[in-house]
Design a protein around this ligand. Structure first.
Ligand code: ADP
Length: 340
């Protein structure tokens, strides 16, 4: 018994001393009672300068830390550290009234994320004009004299390729826009109207591929607050995928239902299916399945990333079930405006 208490005490001490996360404890009277080396280093202070002192006086330079220590309940916020570093601070109150704060340095993560977003934004914007120019000139060639069969074929290839790049750029701009945290519209939306509009606009494409839509859509669905254009994009991306990754003469089933709390929408196809090991990966930007049948369809691998970002920005979630060669079902849920 004694051994286990001793060893758990030393483990506790070892972890607190060696962890890269900063840990600080403050009494209910506002006195700092413990600071581990990582926390002292993050705040550029020596532990002797803080321990036993009132947090309000020694940590004046860190208003976010003071807010975390002074409030009650579990709380998280960004904490600016010296030398332009950034941490996420999470604080909670212990049973004895002490307040414990954990600081997790996220400077590198934040830098990489900012650089990635800036890069995709720059790429998307800087490439858009030249590509539109190329597409314009390619279209003009035909108007200036007869072309032989080979020239026509090459021209068609050039048109298809520029269309594909333009489509990818549009998606990249969208993604950069959403990831940059730009605000979404917040209006009352009935998802059944959006779904019906998208079904209507994609019916010709489905027909061309000999695919049939069957629908069961609760009308009206409970109201949700959101951005109707962006939500239409979610439905559009799921429907086009179901069309693109199905063989002819199959059915695509679209269901939508809801209650006082949630609205659900699912798109089920009888298409190629997605291998189990790829079911997590397909949500990543630009990931496309290695399945030969998928590679035969042009795409940029951004549709699902965009769909998931939009759904999550609305406070919802999206998931899939799929079996190889049997089909896939993508379902998303959004919080409804509840009267309860
Ligand atoms: P894209 O369709 O442009 O490749 P997405 O992000 O929409 O990009 O999809 C990523 C990948 O997920 C697709 O390339 C495909 O491998 C897989 N996928 C998406 N939807 C389906 C589906 N309904 N059936 C089979 N595979 C799918």
């Amino acid at each position: 018994m004694t051994t286990s208490v001793t060893s758990s005490k030393s483990i506790y001490h070892f972890v607190m001393q060696r962890t890269g996360d900063g840990i600080m404890v403050c009494s209910s009277a506002g006195i700092v009672t413990y600071v581990n080396p990582a926390a002292a280093a993050m705040l550029s202070l020596r532990s002797q300068q803080i321990i036993g002192k009132h947090a309000g006086s020694t940590l004046r330079a860190f208003p976010a830390v003071l807010k975390l220590l002074n409030n009650s309940g579990e709380l998280s916020r960004d904490v600016r550290l010296p030398f332009q570093r950034l941490a996420t601070g999470t604080a909670s109150t212990l049973n004895n009234g002490d307040r414990v704060l954990i600081l997790h340095d996220i400077t590198e993560q934040r830098d990489i994320e900012t650089r990635r977003i800036t890069l995709s934004k720059t790429l998307a914007h800087d490439l858009r004009n030249p590509i539109s120019g190329i597409r314009g000139f390619v279209d003009l060639v035909e108007r200036f004299g007869e072309l032989n069969a080979d020239q026509k074929r090459f021209l068609e290839r050039a048109q298809q390729s520029t269309d594909k790049v333009q489509q990818m750029l549009r998606q990249l701009v969208d993604l950069a826009w959403i990831e940059a945290g730009m605000s979404l519209q917040r209006e009352s939306v009935r998802l059944n109207e959006i779904i019906n509009d998208e079904l209507q606009s994609l019916r010709p494409l489905a027909k061309m591929r000999s695919l049939h839509f069957v629908t069961s859509i609760q009308t009206p669905l409970p109201v949700i607050m959101g951005d109707s254009e962006r939500l239409a994009q979610v439905v559009h991306n799921l429907l086009t995928n179901a069309i693109n990754y199905s063989s002819p003469d199959r059915t695509i089933a679209v269901h939508a239902w809801g209650d006082d709390y949630d609205v659900f929408c699912s798109v089920a196809d009888q298409g190629f299916g997605i291998a189990t090991h790829e079911q997590q990966l397909i949500w990543d930007r630009m990931y496309r399945s290695s399945d030969e049948r998928v590679r035969g369809v042009s795409g940029g691998g951004l549709g699902l990333t965009i769909a998931r970002t939009i759904v999550e920005r609305h406070g919802g979630s999206i998931w899939l079930t799929s079996r190889m060669d049997e089909g896939s079902t993508f379902t998303f849920h959004l919080p409804a405006i509840s009267d309860h």
